[in-house]
Design a protein around this ligand. Structure first.
Ligand SMILES: Cc1cc2nc3c(=O)[nH]c(=O)nc-3n(C[C@H](O)[C@H](O)[C@H](O)COP(=O)(O)OP(=O)(O)OC[C@H]3O[C@@H](n4cnc5c(N)ncnc54)[C@H](O)[C@@H]3O)c2cc1C
Ligand SMILES: *[C@@H]1O[C@H](CO)[C@@H](O)[C@H](O)[C@H]1NC(C)=O
Ligand SMILES: *[C@@H]1O[C@H](CO)[C@@H](O)[C@H](O)[C@H]1NC(C)=O
Ligand SMILES: *[C@@H]1O[C@H](CO)[C@@H](O)[C@H](O)[C@H]1NC(C)=O
Ligand SMILES: *[C@@H]1O[C@H](CO)[C@@H](O)[C@H](O)[C@H]1NC(C)=O
Ligand SMILES: *[C@@H]1O[C@H](CO)[C@@H](O)[C@H](O)[C@H]1NC(C)=O
Ligand SMILES: *[C@@H]1O[C@H](CO)[C@@H](O)[C@H](O)[C@H]1NC(C)=O
Ligand SMILES: *[C@@H]1O[C@H](CO)[C@@H](O)[C@H](O)[C@H]1NC(C)=O
Ligand SMILES: *[C@@H]1O[C@H](CO)[C@@H](O)[C@H](O)[C@H]1NC(C)=O
Ligand SMILES: *[C@@H]1O[C@H](CO)[C@@H](O)[C@H](O)[C@H]1NC(C)=O
Ligand SMILES: *[C@@H]1O[C@H](CO)[C@@H](O)[C@H](O)[C@H]1NC(C)=O
Length: 772
């Protein structure tokens, strides 16, 4: 019964380091553990430690739990992350009870039974039911062993888990022989965070329940809430929000050696972040909804849309990766024009090339995301290419020449890697996580920054596990808001920064009001003004060559066609390895006011809605979405309402008449060569409705492209919210790095530009004197 493979020989790098521990509460006993549920087998591993000793030796015990589906025969762990010369703990169910063992190995053979640790099963929460086995236990003399130990005050430990679908040889015998685990993995675990007070710990360790940090108590509402149990170590940089802006900024700051705390209000997304949400057809794989590109369209049609921010009235992603975890992932390297002074950027930002190059090196775009390099479902590319060729369009690889944006088309490009959603989560975040000076905390909602006049000292969160919910900065530290166009603006309002009407709404809120600084310290800046979003209009067509892929309606349930599903699972190739778009194109448009505007087209099989009285064949349906981009003059305003929900206050679409006439001209130009494409029919608008009438009647709320920028616009003092270093005016150490600082929309979907912005902002912030 040899163990095939040693955990100890594997380096703790790359995808091996997949998940990060987070706090969770055991519903059976109220114990707040820190741990993970491994994405592949849905086994939960959790630990909680007694308080850190301030002098003398640390306590050597902890309370642990393993919760496992019944089809998993045994599970174990090594808190050291190594199988060799480590204390190994394993458990399995037998006749309704849990049997456990402690083992130790010096070579890759069946580990010997190891004595010394004292394990006591805690009865409340330990059981075997029809679907799971669950073990809660106290492990004494368990953090040190012959030749090894764990550092219970570490911010960056990497424990290992292992599990097996093959039962041990004699389940009744703790000393049984067993074949080695059938799977294992590692995760990031800040042991230093997973401590509770002595009274709470002792209560649990002796079989008591409740009283933990996130357990609802029966105390009267006049008493203080549950006692904070963690400590919040001051850091050099707190970055708020793990979207494209926040992840990249946090990675570059931590790479430079700064201590960085990245706070994210949402939970996991892709499997690599600990996410587990997946359709039935992916059961048994570790691919989540967020991993599989072909599930993009289902983001809008799922019954369980937990990923959207529920307190923002337009689509915004509230989970690890932010919008980047739920978007179409169309990825355009920015053009020089996108960072020009005419686009509103300060002169100091126009040399974006080194930052864009750094981005491209970390996260290369691809227009053939299927792992076999083949392209699938490309009929729409061919049809739309045929449509555009007579108009003088050229067929190019779009990201090979980002400045080339007039009369060009090419395959849609994405930041997918290895056939999966990637973006900054799969790249930059993975280099941050192993760093000792980097910490990611999920499910932590930042309400406001804490400031004394112009100096920020920390952030106020909803985390009941740290004193006052406050995460402090070191002296000389800085806070960077990367909570998105709506999220960062709201944090500023709640911090007494922005237009007075918005801050007064905060003042009226029973929770947020008392947290505002005194009115004498309010900072009046145009937060929320200057926003833009691409107005977009859909044209729906049919062509006999097209396969609409059932409008993507079945990709979650019951699932894509069986062959496509199995191809994806086997090799991350095929139709499901790409989001819906198949072709993108750009053209410059003249306008009545003499200002050139650009139109971006995105073509995809299927349609979300259509309106025609003629009969047509749905299978042959496809959509061209036309976005007005560079040159847009229309601006809107975003803000909050009395419930502190974030929302558009003044819609930014086609307010400017020349924006509207340009877009209409662009739509007419797209369809002008339809006669050159045999059997191509436009069904929305159909031939009873003119383009002008169609645009006039178009519901403005459906012109939203989810590309909001500008609420914390960069620019000159007196006109803008942040300065050339992305520092909020009239503050010493508050910065914003996300889509909200972008002064005008780029040529294409914006997150490629936002990522280059983050690369450049991080460099400017690091170079700026006066901070850590
Ligand atoms: C449905 C949809 C489709 C899109 N498609 C594309 C596309 O195909 N291509 C493209 O380029 N762009 C696309 N976009 C736009 C793109 O996703 C955004 O421009 C981009 O995500 C903006 O990045 P960001 O870092 O500014 O903010 P976000 O991505 O919004 O990230 C903000 C993060 O901060 C967190 N947060 C917010 N408030 C708080 C708080 N108070 N405390 C703690 N954390 C907080 C959020 O949970 C989130 O993780 C799309 C957007 C949407 C919504
Ligand atoms: C703790 O375990 C070690 C083995 O790791 C053993 O040598 C020691 O005696 C144990 N101590 C106690 C107090 O049980
Ligand atoms: C069995 O216990 C697990 C773990 O607590 C729980 O998630 C599951 O719902 C239970 N199953 C049944 C059938 O009660
Ligand atoms: C997902 O599973 C595959 C195959 O088992 C493995 O190679 C990959 O590392 C896993 N990814 C994660 C994030 O666990
Ligand atoms: C565009 O060029 C690519 C190869 O560079 C080719 O595969 C594709 O068919 C062309 N598209 C059209 C519409 O001609
Ligand atoms: C804080 O807010 C986040 C996001 O809304 C939520 O998931 C989390 O449970 C909250 N934490 C507490 C302690 O209420
Ligand atoms: C706030 O800052 C002022 C100086 O600007 C200082 O005198 C004062 O002590 C600070 N207050 C707190 C509570 O830190
Ligand atoms: C609809 O179009 C598809 C694809 O071209 C074709 O296979 C099917 O026969 C058509 N259905 C009808 C009713 O014409
Ligand atoms: C559908 O089109 C007709 C004109 O053909 C128009 O009168 C009607 O308002 C449209 N319906 C919707 C929902 O757009
Ligand atoms: C309008 O479109 C319908 C259906 O596509 C077609 O049958 C009809 O001939 C068209 N009428 C004109 C005048 O083009
Ligand atoms: C932002 O909007 C405000 C209010 O409309 C305006 O005064 C200001 O000039 C704008 N800022 C920039 C940089 O365009």
């Amino acid at each position: 019964m040899l163990l095939r493979l040693a955990l100890g020989v594997l380096p703790f790098v790359g995808s091996a380091l997949a998940q990060a521990a987070a706090q969770f509460t055991d519903p059976d006993n109220g114990i707040t553990f820190w741990g993970i549920t491994d994405a592949a087998h849905q086994v939960t591993y959790g630990y909680v430690f007694p308080p850190l000793a301030t002098s003398g030796a640390q306590s050597t015990e902890y309370i642990g739990t393993i919760v496992s589906p019944i089809d998993n025969k045994w599970s174990g762990y090594a808190l050291s992350g190594s199988m060799i010369s480590s204390l190994l703990v394993a458990a399995w169910p037998n006749n309704g009870k849990i049997v456990f063992t402690t083992r130790y190995a010096t070579t890759n053979v069946l580990p010997d039974v190891y004595t010394g640790p004292v394990i006591t099963t805690l009865s409340t929460g330990t059981y075997v039911n029809s679907t799971h086995w669950k073990w809660v236990f106290r492990c004494q003399n368990c953090t040190t062993w012959t030749g090894g130990s764990i550092d219970v005050n570490s911010q960056s430990s990497v424990p290992a888990w292992c599990s097996s679908t093959i039962a041990v040889d004699n389940p009744a015998d703790p000393g049984t022989s067993m074949v080695q685990h059938t799977d294992f993995g590692f995760y990031f675990f800040p042991f230093a965070e997973a401590h509770v007070t002595a009274s709470v710990y002792n209560n649990w360790a002796s079989g008591g329940t409740g009283g933990g940090t996130t357990v609802s108590t029966t105390k009267s509402s006049t008493t203080t809430s549950a006692q904070p149990t963690g400590t919040a170590t001051p850091v050099d940089y707190i970055v708020v929000g793990s979207g494209p802006g926040g992840i990249i900024t946090a990675d570059r700051l931590s790479q430079a050696g700064k201590s960085v705390l990245l706070l994210e209000r949402g939970g996991p997304s892709t499997a690599q972040t600990g996410g587990t949400y997946q359709p039935a057809w992916l059961k048994g794989t570790n691919f989540t909804k967020f991993d599989v590109p072909g599930l993009f369209e289902s983001m809008f049609t799922d019954s369980n849309e937990f990923w959207w921010c529920k307190d923002i009235t337009v689509f915004a992603g509230c989970l690890v990766g932010g919008g980047g975890a739920v978007n179409g992932a169309l990825y355009w390297l920015p053009a020089d024009q996108d960072f020009s002074t005419s686009a509103g950027w300060p002169q100091e930002w126009t040399n974006h090339q080194p930052y864009t190059a750094a981005l491209k090196a970390r996260l290369p775009p691809t227009d053939a995301p299927s792992t076999d390099g083949k392209r699938y479902l490309e009929q729409v590319s061919d049809v739309v290419g045929q449509l555009l060729n007579p108009q003088g369009f050229r067929n190019v690889t779009i990201n090979n020449s980002p400045n080339d944006k007039d009369h060009i088309y090419g395959y849609s490009a994405y930041d997918f890697l290895k056939g999966k959603r990637a973006g900054p989560v799969a790249t930059y975040l993975q280099t941050s996580l192993p760093r000792k000076n980097f910490q990611l905390k999920l499910n932590t909602y930042v309400w406001n920054v804490i400031r004394n006049g112009s100096t920020i000292t920390g952030v106020q969160t909803n985390d009941t596990g740290v004193p006052g919910g406050i995460y402090p900065l070191k002296p000389g530290g800085r806070v960077i808001l990367s909570a998105g166009t709506f999220g960062s603006a709201r944090i500023l309002f709640r911090s007494g920064i922005g237009p007075t009407d918005m801050i007064n709404l905060v003042k009226g809120d029973p929770v947020a009001g008392p947290l505002l600084p005194p009115q004498s310290q309010w900072i009046n800046l145009p937060v929320g003004y200057n926003v833009s979003d691409n107005p977009s209009i859909n044209l729906v067509f049919t062509h006999p060559s097209v396969n609409n892929y059932d409008n993507w309606a079945n990709v979650m349930t019951p699932g894509p066609p069986a062959a496509d599903a199995s191809q994806y699972i086997a090799s991350q190739s095929g139709i499901m390895a790409q989001a819906s778009p198949r072709l993108n194109f750009w053209q410059a448009l003249g306008a009545t006011d003499g200002v050139t505007r650009w139109l971006q087209g995105t073509a995809r099989p299927g349609a979300a809605s259509w309106n025609t009285t003629y009969a047509f064949n749905q299978t042959q349906m496809f959509t061209i979405t036309a976005y007005l981009s560079t040159g847009i003059k229309s601006r809107g305003r975003i803000g909050i309402n009395a419930a502190l929900n974030a929302l558009p206050l003044v819609n930014p679409w086609l307010v400017d008449p020349a924006d509207k006439s340009s877009l209409v001209a662009g739509l007419k130009s797209i369809v002008s060569s339809m006669p050159a494409v045999p059997n191509m029919v436009m069904i929305t608008p159909d031939n009873k409705t003119t383009i002008d009438a169609y645009v006039n009647a178009y519901d403005p709320s459906t012109m939203n492209s989810n590309h909001w920028v500008g609420s914390n616009i960069i620019g000159p003092a007196g006109k803008a919210v942040v300065d050339v270093n992305t520092k909020v005016y009239n503050t010493n150490n508050l910065f914003v790095v996300d889509a909200s600082i972008v002064p005008t929309l780029p040529f294409g979907n914006p997150h490629g530009l936002v990522m280059s912005v983050a690369e450049q902002a991080a460099a400017k912030i690091l170079a700026l004197a006066g901070g850590n």
